[in-house]
Structure formats: structure tokens, C-alpha cells
Design a protein. Structure first.
Ligand SMILES: Cc1cc2nc3c(=O)[nH]c(=O)nc-3n(C[C@H](O)[C@H](O)[C@H](O)COP(=O)(O)OP(=O)(O)OC[C@H]3O[C@@H](n4cnc5c(N)ncnc54)[C@H](O)[C@@H]3O)c2cc1C
Length: 247
């Protein structure tokens, strides 16, 4: 079996009735913003593990994961029930290619997230490297209602720190909220309101698009962008689209 580290929950943040973040202290340190670890608990004699992206900056003392409860799932409801002081297991290494070292040279980085998919992008936005590489970074964060729009303070701090280099576009699909686009990301991209909001557009010369979250958003946006000549990024065949599907 792969090696496991023991971690201790130091803090639980509850964003609404289904959304939580856990801060975890462990010997684990080394990862690249955008990567994920496997988090596990022993449930009825079995070690049950699932991948979770890291939200924190690699320099932080504690790791942080952000997740929602999937009621029928074995692990996420149990993770949500943990309290400070409880133990979890973590894989020894982080992995994943949703990282900017993999992104070819371009001017604009577009980060498109649904729900908890915003987590790895916060880690990227909270590290220096991205700000040194891209002229503009757009974060599109889509949720169903305002109570799901987590990490708002952290996002505001990024806005303050990076000014015009950072464009934050919240999408709230089931509630009209001032300042947010009341549509799903794919629809807004198709009709043009998303890019209008940013003042720049997604094209094959200037842009790289990273997407994280549910597969419906990722597939629809990929289809739309492929019509414009963008293609999935592969190491052997550099492209414009990098994805991580959570479910
Ligand atoms: C590379 C990777 C990174 C991931 N990182 C995160 C993360 O940072 N935060 C996070 O919340 N989830 C993340 N996930 C999903 C996570 O690993 C679990 O699948 C999820 O937390 C549910 O776990 P579970 O054991 O309760 O249910 P599972 O047995 O894993 O899933 C039960 C069912 O729920 C679906 N499902 C999985 N995740 C979700 C979800 N978020 N919302 C609705 N349905 C879902 C599954 O497709 C499956 O049909 C990631 C998945 C992958 C592949």
C-alpha cells in the first residue's frame, strides 16, 4: 500500500450546510500550487481515500482542503464531521497537472471553476509565480447561490493586491446577486457576456484556459473553445486548455 502520513485537523471552517474547509497539520510539505493529495479515513476497517486539491500556498504551515458533502458518498460526510484534534491520513506526495509550470507561454490565464473547483486556483493565485508570468489572470467562480461563494475575503485580498492584473467574475446561477452573472459559465461564454465583463477575449494566440470542477461545465466550455481553434494541452502537443474533473 502507498505510504500514508498522519495529519491532525487544526481547524474546520463551515461555509454553509454542505461546504467545509479543513486545515490539517502534517509532515507533508512539498507540492506545486494546483496539485492534489489523497485524503483518507479508516472506515469500518478499510482505509477509504479520495483526491482533494490543496487550497493553501506551499509555504503555509498547514494544508487546507475545500470540499462539499456528497450525501451518498463514503468519505466526504465523514470528513465534514471531523473536528479540530481529529486525525486524517494523507498521501505522502501530491500530484496533478493543473499547474502553471505546464502552461505554455501566453498573455492571459483564465481560471474557470465550479463549486469546490476554485480550491486549486486559490493556491495558484496565492503564489507569486502566476503574477510574474501573465499580463492578466481571470478567475470565474460559479456557484448556485450566494451562500456557496466561499473564500470571498481571500479573493478580495487578491483583488486589492493585484489590481487590474486580476479580474474576478462570480457566477451565481440560482439567485440574482448584484455584481454576479446570473448564468452558467458555458452559456455566458457562448453569448459573450463573460468576456465582455473582462474586456479581453479567449483566443488561441493570447489565452490559456484552466478548468476545474464538474464535468458538464468542462465539456461544454471545451466544445465552445474548440470551435474557436483552441485545443487541449498535452505535453507533446502544446495547447490552450488544461482540465481537472472532480466528478
Ligand atoms: C483529481 C481530483 C481532485 C479532487 N479534489 C476535490 C476537492 O478539492 N474538493 C472536492 O469537494 N472534491 C474533490 N474531488 C472529488 C473528491 O475526491 C470526492 O469524490 C468527493 O469529495 C466525494 O467523496 P465521497 O467519498 O463522499 O463520494 P464518492 O464515492 O467519491 O462519490 C460519490 C458520487 O458523488 C460524485 N461526486 C464526487 N465529488 C462530487 C462533488 N464535489 N459534488 C457532487 N458530486 C460529487 C461522484 O462522481 C460519485 O458519483 C476531487 C476529485 C478528483 C478526481
Amino acid at each position: 500500500m502507498a505510504g500514508w502520513l498522519t495529519g491532525k485537523v487544526t481547524e474546520k471552517i463551515q461555509w454553509n450546510d454542505r461546504l467545509f474547509s479543513l486545515r490539517i497539520q502534517s509532515a507533508f510539505k512539498d507540492f506545486v500550487p494546483g496539485q492534489f493529495v489523497r485524503v483518507a479515513l479508516d472506515i469500518e476497517g478499510e482505509r477509504v481515500a479520495r483526491p482533494y486539491s490543496l487550497v493553501n500556498n506551499p509555504d503555509d504551515d498547514t494544508l487546507e482542503i475545500f470540499f462539499n458533502i456528497v450525501l451518498e458518498g463514503p468519505l466526504s460526510p465523514r470528513l465534514a464531521a471531523l473536528e479540530a484534534g481529529d486525525e486524517v491520513f494523507l498521501s505522502e506526495k501530491a500530484t496533478g497537472f493543473l499547474i502553471i509550470n505546464e502552461v505554455p507561454e501566453c498573455r492571459h490565464l483564465w481560471l474557470l471553476a465550479t463549486g469546490t473547483g476554485v480550491g486549486p486556483f486559490l493556491s495558484i493565485l496565492n503564489s507569486q509565480q502566476a503574477w510574474l508570468r501573465f499580463e492578466k489572470i481571470v478567475l470565474a467562480y460559479s456557484v448556485r447561490d450566494l451562500s456557496e461563494l466561499s473564500y470571498r475575503q481571500q479573493i478580495s485580498a487578491i483583488e486589492k493586491q493585484h489590481g487590474d492584473q486580476f479580474l474576478f467574475v462570480p457566477f451565481i446561477t440560482r439567485e440574482e446577486v448584484a455584481g454576479a452573472i446570473n448564468k452558467r459559465i458555458p452559456e455566458s461564454l457562448e453569448e459573450g457576456s463573460f468576456e465582455q465583463r473582462t474586456g479581453i477575449n479567449i483566443n488561441e494566440n493570447d489565452s490559456h484556459v484552466m478548468m476545474c470542477g464538474n464535468s458538464a461545465m468542462i465539456s461544454s466550455v471545451t466544445e465552445c473553445l474548440e470551435k474557436r481553434g483552441l485545443r487541449k494541452h498535452r505535453r507533446r502537443e502544446p495547447g490552450h486548455i488544461t482540465i481537472e474533473k472532480y466528478h
